[in-house]
Design a protein around this ligand. Structure first.
Ligand SMILES: [Zn+2]
Ligand SMILES: [Zn+2]
Length: 226
């Protein structure tokens, strides 16, 4: 099958750090089902997958890049905390940033897309910088504070999207049916059970009652093609 398919503690902040950390239970900036390793489908898959496919890997080069940017922004406490990791469990989420742990996680599939690794690291780093600067003040994930941080880390005008260019898995639908009445075509993964009919036509002409005039007829079967 072809896959077309977020430091705390700079020095002054260190004192209020532990309190603030407890007060600010920051969300993960990813869709929960993708970021949460406890979610059922991911768990089931993890049993079959090898360690390399499920284990989060620390990236020294990208982490060092973040350290240098944070150093330039005078966030020396953050320099010690920041880490960039590859998380193979992420599916369509490009990356997310966890605050106040200053941990950035990236989807390994990003490596297939020119320039996207760097862009995503900086996007996530901007989230961390914005939350750090905001302190106890609540801010929007992609609000003005984040936009300002984007400018500071070198990606002015950055998009708020997280599910970036990762295409969804293409599902093979080898069976093409057409409504015998209106000609509506539908592509199917599996064959219809006998007597499946076009809902549109049944709704329009027979008040939602099944009528064989509106049955789907198999017009193409590519199931044997590679
Ligand atoms: Zn974001
Ligand atoms: Zn129809």
């Amino acid at each position: 099958m072809k896959r077309i398919s977020q430091l705390f503690l700079d020095f002054q902040a260190g004192i209020r750090g532990s309190l603030a950390e407890r007060a600010l239970q920051r969300p993960l900036y990813a869709t929960p089902d993708e970021a949460d390793p406890q979610s059922a489908p991911v768990k089931a898959k993890a049993k079959k997958a090898t360690a390399a496919e499920t284990t989060t890997q620390f990236d020294e080069t990208l982490t060092e890049q973040c350290r240098q940017i944070l150093h330039a922004l005078d966030l020396s406490g953050a320099v010690k905390l920041v880490s960039v990791q590859w998380n193979p469990r992420l599916r369509s989420t490009a990356g997310y940033a966890n605050y106040p742990s200053w941990r950035i996680e990236l989807n390994p599939k990003l490596q297939e897309f020119e320039g996207q690794v760097n862009r995503t690291v900086l996007h996530e780093l901007a989230h961390l910088v914005a939350y750090h600067r905001a302190g106890r003040k609540k801010i929007e994930p992609h609000g003005v504070e984040w936009q300002r941080a984007c400018v500071d880390v070198g990606i002015p005008g950055e998009s708020a999207r997280h599910t970036l260019p990762l295409p969804r898995r293409e599902v093979k639908r080898p069976y093409t049916y057409a409504c015998a009445h209106c000609g509506l075509k539908v592509k199917r993964v599996r064959k219809f059970r006998r007597g499946s009919a076009c809902k549109q036509c049944c709704t329009q002409f027979t008040g939602g009652v099944y009528d064989s005039r509106f049955r789907f007829v198999l017009i193409e079967d590519d199931s044997q093609k590679a």
